[in-house]
Design a protein around this ligand. Structure first.
Ligand code: EPU
Length: 332
């Protein structure tokens, strides 16, 4: 039995039946055929995965490293191993004068996990920089490449969560960053910066995140627990009659995005606890574990919030985090 408590940032005590460190896709490809029927879960740094209880299969912990840099007159091209730490890559780029990732500073997790949920923050999503992704196809056992245009990127979504779900292990991500950098300081807290450099944006993002989001090393959590729901404008107009201050962000002509934090906050859940699991008092989109919590308490609190939001706003909240039970991914 392999302890998982230190391998996921929610830090519930849990064990896996088996554990394997993945150093390269080729090595995995070789062993793949013999273990194809075994249940497995691919783990990066466990910052978006919660082990609710013991896991009966094998944990494949991603450890593929390496950064290869090439450049043309127009762009920097980076091929990065899936097991590299995302924030360290952001810092490495900044130090080399490669700009673009600065809005995505301090997002926990690995490079390989970044495209799966299309990580995003402060007005930028990682898809903008992705050129292609190398992965082991678990159906054919071959190594394949997929280009950005085929990845179906959307808000916290990609083909890896849809048609390819359960059929891939990402080995590396190739990014392309333009040498004609333009600051993106349109998001609320960044607007106060005048003609910022990439370093100014990086520093501000780090400061805002450290202020708002609890440090998983001190308090178990997995960042935003729910996605911000995208709803029809007709429903939004109806809701605004009852809640004149409801915020929204444009998506397209028919839909708007509503901050889940506002919905949860409005229903008074800040600081609400079930056992050792709590809705964070500063950022209610984050659920936390004080070190004594359990998977069942987390599921109970998440269901309670979802139910209340459904009753009051007719909106179904979706998890952003991946919840894993004894047999694998679960939906609540
Ligand atoms: N809000 C409240 N009450 C609060 C906090 C926020 O009502 O206590 C409302 C406000 O209307 C505020 C809005 O929520 O304007 C947005 O808040 P914030 O800027 O903190 O962003 P968010 O929508 O809650 C998203 C991402 C974060 C990302 C931030 C910044 C999702 C699910 N979450 O949060 O990502 O850091 O924007 O870009 O999209 C993560 O994915 O783990 C994550 C932390």
């Amino acid at each position: 039995m392999y302890p998982l408590q230190n391998l996921h940032t929610f830090a519930f005590p849990a064990y896996a039946a088996d554990f394997h460190l993945v150093g390269s896709l080729a090595e995995l490809q070789e062993s793949w055929h013999s273990s194809v029927n075994q249940s497995y879960y691919i783990l990066g740094e466990g910052s978006n995965t919660v082990f609710l209880e013991d896991f009966d299969g094998c944990i494949l912990k991603m450890a593929i490293k390496g950064i290869e840099l090439q450049e043309t007159d127009e762009e920097f091209i980076l091929k990065v191993g899936a097991g590299e730490n995302w924030h360290q890559l952001v810092e490495w780029c900044l130090a080399k004068g490669i700009n673009g990732f600065e809005n995505l500073a301090l997002i926990p997790g690995t490079v390989g996990a970044a495209p799966i949920q299309n990580i995003g923050a402060y007005g930028v999503e990682v898809e903008q920089f992705i050129d292609s992704i190398e992965y082991l196809c678990l159906v054919s056992g071959t190594i394949k490449h997929i280009r950005r245009a085929e990845c179906q990127f959307a808000y916290r979504d990609s083909i890896f969560k849809r048609a390819l779900a359960g059929q891939f292990i990402i080995g590396s991500v190739t990014f392309s960053l333009s040498k004609h950098w333009l600051a993106n300081a349109s998001y609320a807290e960044l607007r106060e910066l005048a003609e910022p450099s990439a370093r100014d944006i990086f520093d501000k993002v780090v400061q805002v995140r450290q202020r708002k989001l609890p440090d998983p090393k001190k308090l178990g959590n997995a960042g935003s627990f729910f996605k911000n729901p995208i709803i029809d404008k007709a429903l939004f107009v109806q809701l605004r009659q009852r809640y004149p201050h409801i915020p929204s962000y444009p998506v397209n002509t028919e839909q708007v995005k509503v901050p889940a934090a506002w919905l949860i906050d409005t229903l008074g859940f800040k600081g609400h606890k079930i056992g050792g699991v709590m809705c964070h008092a500063q950022q209610p989109l984050v659920l936390t574990n004080d070190g004594t919590g359990s998977g069942s308490e987390l599921v109970a609190l998440a269901k309670k919030i979802k139910h209340a939001v459904q009753q009051s706003f007719f909106i179904e909240l979706e998890n952003e985090v991946q919840l894993v039970s004894n047999a694998g991914l679960v939906h609540i």
